[in-house]
Ligand binder design. Structure first.
Ligand code: GLN
Length: 278
C-alpha cells in the first residue's frame, strides 16, 4: 500500500528536501500548506492511485529545478500566503531581512510613506502594508505581468497598496516623497554560474549587467529625489556586493550607510539615510 509516509520517503530518496516533499504532498491532497502537523499525524493513510501519480509528477518537476512555489502556486512570506507563478521571482526568506529593516526604520514614524521598487509578486510591499496598516505603500514594477500577480495578491489579502507600471522611479509623480524606499532588485551578474540553477524564474528579475549592479546604480541615483530629508533607502543585494553597494550609497550622498545580514549570516541588505533637501 502506498502510504503518505512511503510517498514522502520515496520523494526524499529522489533527492527532494523533506519540506519540499511535504509541501508538494499537501498540495496533491488539496490541504493547506500550513497543515504539516496533519501530514505527520496521518502518515499511515493511503494515497489513491491518482494522487500517487500526481505527487510523483510534481516531485519530478521539483527535482528538475522548478521552485515549489510555482508547483503549488503559493508561498509564505512574512506571515502572508502569497500566490506566485513563473511571472514573478519566487519570494525568498532572505528578503524578510529587508522587511524587518524597513519596519525598524519606520517604527517612530506615524502614517509613513513607503515605496517598493521592483515589487514582483508584491511580497515586500504587501508585508509592510500588512505590518503597518497606517502606512501609505506604493509599489513599482516594469513588468505588466508581474504587476498583475502583485495586484491580485493585494486584492485577495485586502491590502491597499498602490501600484505603478514603469522603470524604477520613472513612473512616479516628481513631487512624490517617501520615508523609506525599499528594493529587492535584480542583482545577479550576467555570467554568474549560479544562474543555471534558476532557469525557471524570469531572467529580468534576476540579472543586472556584468557585475549585477546596474539596477542598484540606477536606483541609488534616482532615490534621493523621492526621499524626505532623513528618509532611508534600503537595498537587498548579493552576499558579496555589500562593500560595492555601500560605496555607491556614500558616493550618492547617503549617510549612516550600513549593512544587515540575513538569517544564514550573509551580508544581504545595505542602506543609508538621505540628508539632502527633501
Ligand atoms: N536572491 C536571489 C538569488 O540569488 C536573487 C534575487 C534577486 O536577484 N533579487 O537566488
Amino acid at each position: 500500500m502506498n502510504t503518505l509516509k512511503q510517498a514522502l520517503l520515496d520523494a526524499q530518496a529522489q533527492g527532494l528536501a523533506r519540506i519540499d516533499a511535504q509541501l508538494l504532498l499537501l498540495h496533491t491532497l488539496g490541504s493547506a500548506p500550513n497543515d504539516r502537523a496533519w501530514l505527520l499525524a496521518h502518515d499511515t493513510d493511503a494515497l489513491t492511485g491518482a494522487q500517487a501519480l500526481a505527487f510523483k509528477a510534481l516531485c519530478q518537476r521539483r527535482a528538475a529545478g522548478e521552485p515549489v512555489a510555482y508547483l503549488t502556486g503559493t508561498k509564505a512570506f512574512f506571515g502572508l500566503q502569497l500566490q506566485v507563478d513563473a511571472r514573478v521571482l519566487d519570494p525568498r526568506p532572505d528578503t524578510e531581512t529587508l522587511v524587518e529593516w524597513a519596519l525598524d526604520r519606520l517604527q517612530d514614524t506615524p502614517r509613513p510613506r513607503v515605496l517598493d521598487l521592483g515589487t514582483g509578486s508584491g511580497a515586500v510591499a504587501l508585508a509592510l502594508q500588512h505590518q503597518r496598516p497606517d502606512a501609505e505603500v506604493w509599489a513599482v514594477d516594469t513588468s505588466d505581468s508581474a504587476l498583475a500577480v502583485a495586484q491580485a495578491n493585494a486584492q485577495r489579502l485586502g491590502l491597499p497598496v498602490r501600484f505603478w507600471a514603469g522603470s524604477w522611479c520613472q513612473p512616479l509623480p516628481v513631487e512624490a516623497r517617501f520615508d523609506v524606499i525599499v528594493s529587492n532588485p535584480p542583482y545577479v551578474a550576467m555570467d554568474d554560474p549560479h544562474l543555471s540553477a534558476l532557469t525557471h524564474e524570469p531572467l529580468s528579475a534576476l540579472t543586472s549587467g556584468p557585475d549585477g549592479l546596474d539596477d542598484i546604480r540606477t536606483i541609488v541615483a534616482q532615490a534621493g529625489q523621492h526621499l524626505v530629508r532623513g528618509g532611508w533607502l534600503l537595498l537587498e543585494h548579493g552576499h558579496d556586493q555589500a562593500a560595492a553597494v555601500r560605496g555607491l550609497l556614500e558616493q550618492a550622498g547617503f549617510s549612516a550607510v550600513s549593512t544587515r545580514t540575513d538569517l544564514p549570516g550573509l551580508d544581504r541588505c545595505s542602506g543609508g539615510q538621505w540628508a539632502g533637501l527633501g
